[in-house]
Design a protein around this ligand. Sequence first.
Ligand code: 6R9
Length: 573
Amino acid sequence: MIKAKITAQNPSANLRSYEQTYQFFSWSDVEKEFTWYQTGKLNIVHEAIDRWADDPDKGNRNALIFEKAGQSTAYTYSDLKRISCQWANLLLQHGFETGDRLFILLPSCPEVYFAMLACARLGLVFCPLFSTLSFDELEERLENAKPRGLLTHPDFAEKLPYEAMNDVKHLFLTESPLPGMFPGEVLLKGLSEKMPAGCNTCWVPGNTPLYLLYTSGSTGPPKGVVHAHRDMIGLMITARYVLDLRPDAVLWTDCDPAWVTGTVYGAFAPWLCGATSVVQADPFSASTWYRTLERHKISVWYKTPGNMRRLKEAGDDLTGRYDFSHLRHIASVGEALEPELIYWFKKNFKITPHDTWWMTETGMICIANFPAMDIKPGSMGKAVPGIKAAAVDENGNPLPLMTMGELALKPGWPSMMTNIWKDDERYQAYFKNGWFLTGDMVIQDEEGYFYHQGRTDDLIKVGVKLIGPYEIERALCRHPAVAEAAVISKSAKPGAPFLKAFVTVNRGLTPSARLNQEIKTFVRADLSSDIVLKEIAFLESLPKTRSGKLLRRVLRAQELGLPAGDPLNIKDY
Ligand code: 6R9
């Protein structure tokens, strides 16, 4: 663990005193900020969109800026109110009723956001899906959730599983030509614009389902994680405290809308703060990314370490050619943020990236580095106000500080999932001894900072000691030739691991036996003597989930000649 600290970036951020806020925080105080606290009428769309749209000073503020292929389209809060009402009317016309599900199978495009808002407005449940899902993955999800409708593009019609589509009454298509394969095909283009611009928002109890996202455990079919309208309480406060959003902020959540980070921090969370959300749908290139920052005067950037690594790989010289003067905060999520990346961004952007931790099931950021708090590189920060977190043992008992245990959260924060779709047994399996168990291993230090040590299923036992592969991977990545690393144990004998690393090398370098030996010697100096890295293999790339998480399980299965199973089966949708 790194002892160095980076001094707080912005002492006058929204959350000025972490300790004090944490101590006196109460969720019921946050509730008072919503209109429903007074009126008793609750719907996330009212708080995120309508209350700004109806305010003459704020209605014309940009809510969403969508950029693709150099073209950008801006939608104000008033626009989003009108369009989402039109979409809601269209859904009503097709017989949708409270609780019905709408699947959204589209790459990032404005229609994804219109559909999400329309569903929320009516008390329907939307389910964003990665447009890269396979036929089988789609079939599994369709059979599980039985949506009334599916919104997609005709290009994806071919991979729709015909039999599972039987129960889907309406197939909404953003473009023609209509495939003509399904009975309920509806062409949306031109249709929604003809719908009335006014509609009645459906007032709902706070625990009414809002969205459904599929995520997987290490066994069994994917789980449908259900979130409710009351998530708004946690989303607003984390957008304010962690992302430091103010109404004048321009946030770019650089993530697919089908990944929970894009779903909530690319849409609802910034809107609950009255800010602007920028969505960029181009394929990645460092220059496009830097142009987007400059062009839209992005002030807050929320992204993944994977994407940050790609920017780093593109080199230092590019960053100097753009104007990033509006950028004041960078945060990351999804994987551990390595100190090397923190220092690279600090040098090239003059801003320190802030790691944050959460998961689909938690619905909101739960552990974070805050802009007014010192950062300890390598740590994902401290518990968000309103969240009680601890490292616990296998019986769910909190462990002393500086001891590795499973990260556990005390239930009671408002954005926690409400259930697993049609699977109460798997929902109950998350809880032990009054804690919500995350499946992530952590160490908490004396000052309350948490350090991620890997997933419970990635841990390696050396003698009686459990070690996280992450520490070894970090040591490998400190070698100048190593771009990425994954470490597994290939021994079946408990306590006597045969540690093997898989690494990719930085651009322009060629793997060789000599480099292999050099890296091995290099890491030996950095690791304690009981951890012996026996083998290193070079790979072109490491197996990852769609949201960029390393799949050590796949490497382990390949190495041991076991079936790798569904390679996306650790953490994906
Ligand atoms: C938002 C999101 C959740 C899993 C989580 C953990 C990993 C997320 C991390 C991190 C290390 C961080 N994870 N943030 N690991 N450092 N800052 O990622 O949701 O896709 O459900 O994944 O991602 O393993 O349990 P989801």
